[in-house]
Design a protein around this ligand. Structure first.
Ligand SMILES: Cc1cc2nc3c(=O)[nH]c(=O)nc-3n(C[C@H](O)[C@H](O)[C@H](O)COP(=O)(O)OP(=O)(O)OC[C@H]3O[C@@H](n4cnc5c(N)ncnc54)[C@H](O)[C@@H]3O)c2cc1C
Length: 645
């Protein structure tokens, strides 16, 4: 194990998850946690940063409970949060299909899918709550797809042999977010939630060891202000954009989480990145965004490459016996529906071996010819029409007539701020929900589980657990003159001054692009000891250059997107370095973290449970990160070599 880049501190521990039978733990925790009576809730203020599914659901529910909520997002409308992009669906253990599903099976699939690197207690709670989410959303009027008889329809996603994914065509995130948005707007109208769009949190305020507020910049006027509360919730999404190219919305960034990390919040498992197998391949250097083709397409699409290397015939001219349906061949039990980490690596293997299709050989086919023949074009259109249209608009190719070309791309980050069972970070009063925390997906997230987790956290978990903390409030009033507030504001002002006055000559984007290439090359689909060491050196060099040469034009008191990006990219540099250190120290392969040195004979990820069955919770240290290990225990799903064969 390499310790030249970090030192090890005391173990981390989740002190909130109760012991006892797993199916009773959530019930028990809800009972043991203290409550706040309705009259007292009105005296308590909570800041929620984020209006995606995790943030909007939390803000709306806390508002409904009667707390005073301040809700922030950087978009011009809260319903433009990145969650709106989610396409495929949301899992729930309803067992409407009567195909053998249950809470226990969803729990089992998720622990196994995460390659035994998540907490059993959290995952079981997620599976339990999943069924309530669907009821809640249906009550809000979310138009889930229905079968002819009127029951909600389901489809399958990777890593499961049952159909438990609820969906609204290829726009599930949008419809769920509209539901959450309506609930939020009801509270805005009722006066319990103050909604601040186009405001970016740039610093966390900690006073007397507690998270007490945030410093924000009005992105239109540039005005800096502070918001003080009794607790702060970060629901600020994932950090996949550290790679520059990803399927995330362009604005997604790590700043809120990273500022909290610099103030003491542990960052857990930062190297666990999900590379999604079905994205439209990059078409050139000009590109700044990649597009996902939902995993739901693998329900009906078949993945293949030509058996012959470099075969550039039109796909329709390649006969069946000259095609390699490599997922069906290698994983007959799950076929095209193996989990994402496995499908992505398998695509990389065939492309590295010269069988890839399209420009640069970086693509495999996702073919719907069989589905169109079996179901008819109309049925395929009804299920996936908007995705097919999107594909055609971007590539100019008609996927009803010619197989889609797809390639893996960065999509989701399983790592995030460390939280305990109550979703509290190690800083009292700082809670973290949705993709911004690390909690439920281990080393690989199963498809349709992010929406489930965000809504579980926001509608059901946080509103129950935060009361145990708020029961000690309201806390001492803080004013603008408090030293913690003054210091946090000064940090923000100093950084803005620096960027605008630095006499540099390189754009922020050029640095971000270069950082992204380093991350993709050395901390992407495959990682090695040598490559990660090299990446750390390259990132450090580039970061020094960034601070010397970055050029930000414009002024502070106006809409200034260069300035916004500069702060975000500065934080990405520090995060990128920590991701590489985390990936370097974890000399095993697990889920999306594939160390070339640790693979089975047939090229699958090889875990090292004896040495790495823990959550790596990193503390920010001025002279390098400090590792706190939280041991993982498996009482109900015994760790085995994951097999989808
Ligand atoms: C193309 C695509 C398709 C997907 N499809 C699916 C799917 O079908 N099923 C599934 O389960 N998952 C899917 N996912 C994953 C899922 O969409 C996300 O993980 C999830 O929506 C994240 O929700 P969130 O609320 O945690 O964060 P987000 O939706 O990213 O919201 C973050 C919020 O935080 C705010 N914010 C961030 N930083 C700051 C700051 N500093 N100051 C102020 N505000 C801030 C933003 O303004 C935003 O409101 C998909 C992801 C992508 C990219």
């Amino acid at each position: 194990m390499s310790t030249d880049f970090y030192r090890e501190g005391e173990p981390a521990q989740d002190t909130k998850a109760p012991a006892g039978p797993i199916s009773e733990r959530w019930e028990q925790r809800r009972f043991s946690g203290r409550l706040v009576n309705p009259a007292n809730r009105r005296k308590l203020r909570v800041i929620v940063v984020g209006t995606g599914l995790a943030g909007a659901s939390a803000a709306a529910t806390l508002g409904e409970l009667g707390y005073r909520v301040a809700n922030y997002c950087f978009q011009d409308s809260s319903r433009r949060a990145h969650s709106i992009a989610a396409q495929g669906g949301i899992n729930a253990a309803k067992n409407y299909r009567n195909d053998g599903d249950s809470v226990h099976r969803l729990f089992y699939d998720t622990v196994k899918g995460g390659d035994f690197r998540s907490r059993e207690s959290n995952v079981h709670r997620l599976a339990e709550v999943s069924t309530e989410i669907i009821d809640q959303c249906v009550a809000q009027g979310v138009p889930f797809a229905r079968e002819y008889g009127g029951l909600l329809d389901n489809r399958s996603f990777g890593g499961a042999q049952v159909s438990r994914t609820f969906y609204a065509r290829g726009q599930t995130g949008q419809q769920l977010l509209l539901g959450a948005y309506q609930a939020l707007q009801r509270q805005v109208a009722a006066g319990t939630v103050d909604l601040h769009t186009r405001h970016e949190m740039l610093e966390l305020i900690i006073a007397d060891g507690k998270a007490r507020g945030i410093v924000v910049r009005d992105l239109v006027t540039g005005e800096i202000s502070t918001e003080i509360a009794d607790a702060v919730v970060l629901a600020t999404g994932g950090y996949g954009n550290v790679y520059f190219l990803s399927t995330n919305a362009m604005g997604c960034n790590v700043t809120a989480g990273w500022r909290a990390h610099r103030k003491g919040a542990y960052f857990a498992n930062p190297c666990y990145t999900q590379i999604h197998p079905t994205c439209i391949p990059q078409s050139g250097e000009h590109q700044s965004k990649l597009t996902l083709m939902s995993e739901s397409l693998r329900n009906d699409g078949r993945v293949w490459v030509p058996k012959q290397r470099g075969d550039d015939r039109h796909p329709a001219d390649i006969p069946e016996d000259e095609r390699d349906y490599y997922l069906e061949r290698r994983y007959p039990a799950f076929g095209n529906l193996v989990p994402r980490d496995i499908a992505s690596r398998a695509a990389k293997v065939v492309c590295d071996d010269g069988h890839g299709v399209g420009p640069g050989g970086l693509g495999v086919y996702l073919d719907f010819a069989g589905a169109v023949e079996r179901l008819g074009r109309k049925a395929v259109e009804a299920k996936y029409g908007n995705l097919f249209d999107m594909y055609e608009r971007i590539t100019g190719e008609n996927p009803y007539e010619r197989p889609m070309r797809i390639y893996p791309a960065v999509h989701y980050t399983m790592g995030g701020l460390w939280v305990d069972y109550d979703l509290s970070s190690n800083i009292p009063g700082l809670f973290v929900t949705g993709e911004a925390n690390f909690s439920d997906h281990g080393a690989n997230r199963l498809g349709a589980s992010a929406l489930m987790q965000g809504l579980s956290d926001g509608y059901f978990v946080l509103p129950n657990t935060i009361s145990d903390y708020l029961a000690d409030g309201p806390f001492e009033a803080l004013d603008e003159g408090h030293e913690a507030v003054v210091a946090a504001r000064k940090e923000v002002d100093d950084r803005i001054d620096f960027f605008l006055n630095n006499d540099g000559d390189r754009t922020v984007d050029s640095f971000h692009r270069e950082l992204g290439k380093i991350m993709w090359e050395y901390c992407g689909m495959e990682r090695t000891d040598e490559g990660l060491r090299k990446a750390i050196g390259l990132i450090r060099g580039l970061k020094d250059e960034f601070w010397r040469r970055v050029k930000v034009t414009g002024k502070a008191e106006e809409l200034n997107q260069q300035l916004e990006k500069a702060g975000r990219v500065a934080d990405f540099f520090e995060l990128g370095e920590l991701m590489c250190i985390d990936a370097l120290h974890r000399t095993e392969s697990c889920g999306g973290h594939f160390r070339a040195e640790s693979q089975t004979e047939d090229g699958e990820a090889k875990r090292d449970d004896a040495n790495f069955s823990y959550v790596a919770a990193w503390e920010f240290g001025e002279d390098g990160p400090v590792l706190h290990k939280e041991a993982l225990e498996f009482e109900y799903v015994k760790p085995t070599q994951r097999s989808y064969k």
